[in-house]
Every structure is written in structure tokens, then in C-alpha cells.
Design a protein around this ligand. Structure first.
Ligand SMILES: *Cc1c(COP(=O)(O)O)cnc(C)c1O
Length: 360
């Protein structure tokens, strides 16, 4: 049995070194004489992991002291609802920018908790671009502006941080957090489910500006309040300890690989190679406007959709897995997150060229 080159969109590939270390430590973690899954989250060993992982993440993203880091649960989807609960009154407006399927979902989940309005959308063009921030029809009184930095399904990514003045900017970064350095100070909230570019599912990293924690607009249970989780250093209730541990290993791995600048360079090279292969062929296509193409998720289509199943079957035989496109779009999708080595993309593009030669 061999580990495949894995292009899954999420849950997605983890760095092999991290999995090896987790295997090594599975029965006895450090001096705990038990697995990290089997000990108290309030004991000194786990508290130390919590402290150090936050410190590593702060270093990686250069998070300013104005922002808190929370290790949460519920997936990004739960926070689609929890963010308006924490930031707005029900009769207040909040602006949503829609550049793909996840933005649409965030907008609809916010519905019961805030007067959500769409201030820009690229739906009419089939989500092949991001709406230019100069065209956003924003409400200056909005409680916040929400957007999705990388649309995992449509393969559309913002490559610049939009300027929204003094309105807090809230970003779903589930599929591109840690893929490149970013200026955290520009954001009110950054949140990300871990299973794309960090670790395992069931953990959400949420970075929130201090002053937003003081907003307490709706009568909600304490478990939903970000301020309560901040006060308890993310130990308000039992956290996803194994997921947190895996993320901590990934943060160490990222630091060892040279940090986010090194990741950004590697990610750019992988994406360039894949898009070049698609664009130079007369057989594969990617519909996204070149300036908005995602460096993380690359959807592509075969000239003859009748060959999709053959492509997937032959790819699988070459040890290339996770390439089936999302059911909304069909076709193929190669997700090339931090944990995907350049070699995996090289093997993929060789296979694509060979497949085109035989079937194109
Ligand atoms: C996967 C994904 C989500 C949903 O994550 P869950 O953990 O399944 O709730 C939300 N937003 C983006 C951008 C995603 O890629």
C-alpha cells in the first residue's frame, strides 16, 4: 500500500511528516504516558500545547496584539451563523460579498440573525471572477462586511484585501489561510475551518479584533459568545483536543519549512505549473478570469465530458486521487494546499499531458 498524491478539496492532504509524528506519539504523548486524546484539557501538558500553538500561529501570521486567537468548533458553517450573533443586532444590516458557493451559504445562514444584504456578487457571470471592491454597493452603517477570500468550489480567489474603511471586515479564509503572509490588522474577524489548509476537521481557527468582542448585541447563550471563549482562552468547554494537537504540529512544520513566505512561493509555483498546463493544451480548460484564479483550488474541464470517468479511473491507477470536481460544477478539481508537494503537481501535469496525447 502506498500513500497517493492527494488533491482532495477537504478534508485534504496533511504533511506526511506531521502524520508520521502523530503516529509516533499516538500511544504516549510527551511525558503524559497516555495519548493526547486521553488526558485533561485543563492539565498542564495540554495547556502548554494550547499556549505554544497560539504563539506559533501568531508568529506565522504576524498577528498583532490587537487581535485574539480562538480555537473553536462547529466548522466554518456554524460561524456563518455565529458571526452575526456576535457582531450585530437582528435589525442591523450586514453586507455580504458573494464570489462563489461558500459566500452564498454564509449569506443564507446569517439570515435569521441580521439584516444581511448582498452588496456585490459575481453570480451573474457564473462566479468566474471576484466583484471589484470599487463596485461594492456598501452600507456605511453596516455592522460588518463579509467576504470569502478563496472560493473552494469555484476556484476564485481575492488577491488583494478590499478597503472597507472603518466597517469591520470579516473573512472566511477556510481554504487559503496560511497559504501566504497576510496583513491581519486589516481584518475584524478571520475564520477558517481547519480541514483544508491547516489540519483535521472539527476545529475552527478564529482571529478576532479585541474591540469586537465587546459587542454584545443579541441575547445568546454563553457557548455561542466569542467573548466567553476568549475569556477562557478557548477552554470554555472541552475543545477538540486531537484536532488542536494536529494543528499545533502543522504550525511547527510550517515554521520548519520557512514560514508563510516560503509557502507562498511554493504555492505560486505549483499553481503556475498547473494553470500553464491547462492553458497550453487544447483539451483542458479553466473558466476563471486570470486575475482571480485560485492558487489553492484549480477546477478544470476536459473538452469531452464523456471522458471524465476514464480520466478519474486512469488517474487513480497512477496513484492520483481526489480529482473529481464538486458536484455543482462537474469536471475536475485539483486542490493544491500547503501540504501538497511540488512533485505531486509535476506527476499530475505529466499524467494530464499523457492523457491528452492518448485521448485528445
Ligand atoms: C469547506 C468550507 C466551508 C465549510 O466548512 P465546514 O467545516 O464544512 O463547515 C466554508 N467556507 C469555505 C471557504 C470552505 O472551503
Amino acid at each position: 500500500m502506498t500513500r497517493a498524491f492527494n488533491f482532495s478539496a477537504g478534508p485534504a492532504a496533511l504533511p506526511e511528516a506531521v502524520l508520521r509524528q502523530a503516529r509516533e506519539e499516538l500511544l504516549e504523548w510527551g511525558s503524559a504516558r497516555a495519548s493526547v486524546m486521553e488526558i485533561s484539557h485543563r492539565g498542564s501538558a495540554f495547556m502548554e500545547l494550547a499556549r505554544e500553538s497560539e504563539s506559533d500561529l501568531r508568529q506565522l501570521l504576524d498577528i498583532p496584539s490587537s487581535h485574539r486567537v480562538l480555537f473553536m468548533q462547529g466548522g466554518a458553517t456554524q460561524h456563518f451563523a455565529q458571526i452575526p450573533m456576535n457582531l450585530a443586532r437582528q435589525n442591523q444590516s450586514a453586507d455580504y460579498v458573494i464570489s462563489g458557493a461558500w459566500g452564498e451559504k454564509a449569506f443564507s445562514e446569517a439570515g435569521p440573525h441580521v439584516q444581511a444584504r448582498i452588496c456585490a456578487s459575481s453570480a451573474a457571470g457564473g462566479f468566474r471572477d471576484v466583484p471589484a471592491s470599487t463596485d461594492w454597493k456598501r452600507d456605511a452603517q453596516a455592522a460588518y462586511v463579509h467576504y470569502t477570500t478563496n472560493e473552494t468550489i469555484h476556484g476564485v480567489q481575492f488577491h488583494e484585501i478590499p478597503d472597507v474603511g472603518t466597517v469591520p471586515l470579516v473573512a472566511d479564509m477556510s481554504s487559503d489561510i496560511l497559504s501566504a503572509p497576510i496583513d491581519v490588522s486589516r481584518f475584524g474577524i478571520i475564520y477558517a475551518g481547519a480541514q483544508k489548509n491547516i489540519g483535521a476537521s472539527g476545529l475552527v481557527i478564529l482571529i478576532v479584533r479585541d474591540d469586537l468582542l465587546e459587542r454584545s448585541p443579541q441575547p445568546i447563550a454563553r457557548i455561542f459568545k466569542y467573548a466567553e471563549h476568549a475569556k477562557a482562552d478557548s477552554l470554555f468547554n472541552t475543545p477538540n483536543t486531537f484536532g488542536w494537537y494536529l494543528s499545533a504540529l502543522v504550525f511547527k512544520w510550517l515554521k520548519g519549512e520557512g514560514g508563510l513566505a516560503a509557502m507562498a512561493e511554493r504555492n505560486r509555483r505549483k499553481a503556475e505549473l498547473l494553470y500553464r498546463t491547462i492553458d497550453e493544451s487544447g483539451f483542458y480548460s479553466n473558466p476563471v478570469n486570470a486575475t482571480a484564479r485560485s492558487l489553492m483550488n484549480v477546477p478544470f474541464f476536459l473538452a469531452d465530458a464523456g471522458l471524465d470517468q476514464v480520466f478519474l479511473k486512469e488517474a487513480d491507477a497512477e496513484n492520483l486521487i481526489g480529482l473529481k470536481g464538486h458536484r455543482v460544477l462537474g469536471g475536475m478539481r485539483a486542490s493544491i494546499y500547503n501540504a501538497t508537494p511540488i512533485q505531486a503537481v509535476e506527476v499530475l501535469v505529466d499524467f494530464m499531458r499523457e492523457f491528452e496525447r492518448r485521448h485528445g
